[in-house]
Write a protein that binds this ligand. Structure first.
Ligand code: ADP
Length: 410
């Protein structure tokens, strides 16, 4: 029988899924169920160059999973439910408990539930997704792949905040870092490209959410996001680094609660706060039409990337194999890469290969990804991230390790 694996990314009102056949890791179908429990729910499936979209009342995650399974069967993506041999779930936060992916059992679910306070915006939806999958497919092994796990190798000097030590010991206040699945994937690709494990990199994952990680000897050494995904770079709607005193000040000035301000810092700030638009394409269009706020938003965003490249270059003591750009903006927006590289060009001895940089988006999977000139001191590269594949790989490994263990016991 064919073996299929599902990768799930559940949100509070959405369920994204991708089905792969293994061991070839060929994507069969991907889909999205949206607005679960909001009255105007719908689902979309994409496969074989086809797209199916329908509206249907879907009240909760369990109903969403049932719709997904029904559609997978109806569209012959699977012949039977038994073909699904494993399910991988993206989980935002593993705290200090998880430095790798794990098979989900009751204890893991309890641990993730206890971490909700660290990821209140994401974990409840993800937990609902996992529980619904377990309810509908109780015999299929399920794996949790944490977005924080890769960063557990950071040294204390990187992850501690200079606040009372008891906040760390008693309340878990420290830098956890996010986008770990993407940073791990890029590190793996670069280890293969350079044919060595101990790569030193500065990985710029720049999408709507954005973070930069310093990779030392193939491991996360420092990263821009923190206790939550809010700090670091200027993002689509998140503010990135700001003076923490702004929170109390603006609460008083505008008669807002801390929760309201935190919400604004997460959802109404960054590019959106400055320019009114959070999508980089829209901000670029505004800037091209002379909008000064959009120009400022892009300048602040680029400046935040430059600052961290500089900081991490020094943290890595100048031992750097490559600077990598990835995710929506990093992969697609050549002028942003050009501005950033030109800014760091002199101090870092890097020069952009403009032709490669301008054309890389067109055939990126067939190219080396290098956008710096041959005589640059550090390579600059564009590499496509693939978080789904990383979740799939961990899930497949863990499910098959479990099978071998069971066989071994027999
Ligand atoms: P996330 O996964 O955090 O939602 P993505 O990595 O998908 O983010 O990146 C989304 C961002 O990338 C958006 O700001 C979008 O405008 C930008 N983006 C994606 N593709 C392109 C493109 N072809 N040209 C310009 N910007 C793009």
């Amino acid at each position: 029988m064919k073996e299929k694996y599902l990768v799930i990314n559940a949100g509070s009102s959405s369920l994204k899924f991708t089905l792969y056949s293994m061991p070839e890791a060929v994507e069969i179908v991907n889909g999205l169920i949206e607005k679960i429990g909001e009255g105007d729910s719908s689902y979309t499936l994409k496969f074989d160059n086809k797209k199916i979209s329908n509206e249907e009342e879907i009240n909760n995650h369990t109903e969403a999973v049932k719709v997904m399974l029904r559609e997978l069967l109806k569209n012959n993506c699977i012949e039977s439910i038994d073909e699904i041999k494993g399910i991988g779930h993206r989980v935002l936060h593993g705290g200090e408990l998880y430095s790798g992916s794990v098979l989900i059992d009751e204890e893991v679910m309890n641990n993730i539930t206890n971490l909700i306070k660290l990821g209140p915006l994401h974990l409840p939806g993800e937990i609902a997704g996992i529980n619904s999958m377990i309810e509908c497919l109780p015999d299929v092994p399920q794996v949790a792949v944490f977005d924080t796990a890769f960063h557990q190798t950071m040294p204390e000097e990187s992850y501690m905040y200079p606040v009372p030590y008891s906040w760390y010991k008693e309340n878990g206040v420290r830098k956890y870092g996010f986008h770990g699945i993407s940073h791990k994937y890029i590190t793996k690709v670069m280890q293969e490209k350079f044919n060595k494990q101990d790569v030193n990199l500065i990985v710029c994952h720049i999408g709507s959410g954005a973070s930069i990680t310093a990779i030392k000897d193939g491991k996360s050494y420092d990263t821009t996001m923190g206790l939550t995904p809010l700090p670091g770079l200027v993002m689509g709607t998140r503010c990135g680094d700001i003076d923490p005193s702004i929170i109390e000040y603006i609460c008083k000035e505008r008669n807002l609660t801390v929760t309201e301000v935190t919400n604004i810092l997460n959802k109404e700030s960054g590019l959106k706060g400055l320019s009114g638009k959070n999508d980089f394409r829209d901000v670029t269009d505004l800037a091209l039409n002379g909008d000064s706020k959009a120009k400022l938003a892009i300048a602040l965003f680029e400046r935040s990337v430059i600052k961290y490249i500089g900081q991490y270059y020094f943290e890595l003591e100048g031992n750097l194999d490559a600077i990598v750009f990835t995710a929506g903006v990093g992969e697609n927006v050549s002028y942003v890469r050009e501005d950033i590289i030109n800014f760091i060009s002199k101090p870092m001895g890097i020069e952009i290969n403009k032709e490669m940089n301008d054309n890389i988006a067109r055939f990126k999977e067939h190219q080396t990804g290098i956008i710096s000139t041959d005589d640059s001191k550090v390579k600059v590269m564009v590499i496509l991230t693939d978080e789904e594949y990383m979740i799939l790989e961990d899930t497949y490994k863990i499910c098959n390790y479990k099978k071998q263990k069971v066989k071994g016991l027999k």
